[in-house]
Design a protein around this ligand. Sequence first.
Ligand code: AMP
Length: 121
Amino acid sequence: MNYDENNIFAKILRGEIPCKKIYEDEFVLSFHDINPQKKIHALVIPKGKFTDLDDFSLNASSDEIVGLIKGINLVAKKLGISTEVGKGYRALANISDHGGQEVPHLHFHLFGGERVGKMVE
Ligand code: AMP
């Protein structure tokens, strides 16, 4: 699937649409989900143009891959939910059609601040 330059997260990355920013570095941007499903519901996205986790796995550089995984921990720590400072959380990436992905720019959801519950409905 070709990357859609006009997806909503691409617009957020370009600063065309605002977001409630949590964290940003060279590799990732993190912001609060606009429609939170749990007390804490953050999104972590790579800055590169990747549609989903498979695209990222196949095409991202090693630095980008490390940057995203480390970024998830940094965001969780900042939100007080990582295991170093809190009680844990769920990281989830929906992938394409059967995964229920709506926005075609790779993102991890971080759910926490309370027990997250059943893994799959
Ligand atoms: P997914 O179904 O995994 O693609 O999830 C997309 C997520 O993006 C949903 O949880 C939406 O609530 C969230 N979302 C959509 N638009 C925005 C936005 N402008 N700012 C923050 N989150 C958004």
